[in-house]
Design a binder for this molecule. Structure first.
Ligand SMILES: [Ca+2]
Length: 93
């Protein structure tokens, strides 16, 4: 498997690991999103003990306002973070 395929697989399995913790196993609740952000993006993002920040991220991600974050909504976060990382990478070249 190529590195890109591995990265995509990792995104799917990571999402699944957290989404299957409680309630609907295909979506992230706010608590599941908090765990995921803290454990997987810790150094990059936060501060998820900042409740206002978590609320803002959750509400931004939950585009269809069903009070949960599905995989499609989750990947928008990953895309944003990847773009930020890329900008940083380019600026350091
Ligand atoms: Ca949603």
């Amino acid at each position: 498997m190529s590195n890109t395929q591995q990265a995509m697989t990792l995104l799917i399995t990571t999402f699944d690991k957290y989404s299957s913790k409680e309630g609907d196993s295909n979506t992230l609740s706010k608590a599941e999103l908090k765990d995921l952000l803290e454990n997987e993006f810790g150094q990059m993002l936060m501060k998820t003990n900042d409740k206002a920040a978590l609320d803002r991220i959750f509400n931004d991600l939950d585009r269809n306002k069903d009070n949960s974050v599905d995989f499609k909504e989750f990947v928008t976060l990953v895309c944003c973070l990847t773009q930020l990382c890329h900008e940083y990478f380019v600026s350091k070249k």
